[in-house]
Design a protein around this ligand. Structure first.
Ligand SMILES: [Zn+2]
Length: 78
């Protein structure tokens, strides 16, 4: 049931209503430790965009690149 994360490189976009605001979340893979976690995606009218984010697992900084429904993480050292 929980095996979806195993080796899955595709992005999952889900939505959640938070106090009337529709939040978008995307799964990204940390370029440093390769753990998968969710980040909140900015509203569609602010896309495409990039923002800095610290990995929730290893705390290394990365760049989250959001372009439409494609969301992925890039290492800052690349
Ligand atoms: Zn990490």
């Amino acid at each position: 049931m929980m095996a979806r994360h195993m080796g899955d490189t595709s992005r999952l976009i889900r939505s959640a209503a938070v106090r009337g605001w529709r939040m978008e979340f995307a799964e990204v893979t940390c370029p440093t430790c390769f753990e998968v976690f969710e980040v909140a995606v900015p509203p569609p009218d602010e896309l495409p965009t990039e923002f800095d984010y610290d990995c929730e697992v290893c705390c290394r900084p990365m760049l989250i690149v959001c372009a439409g429904d494609d969301v992925h993480a890039k290492g800052l050292a690349e």
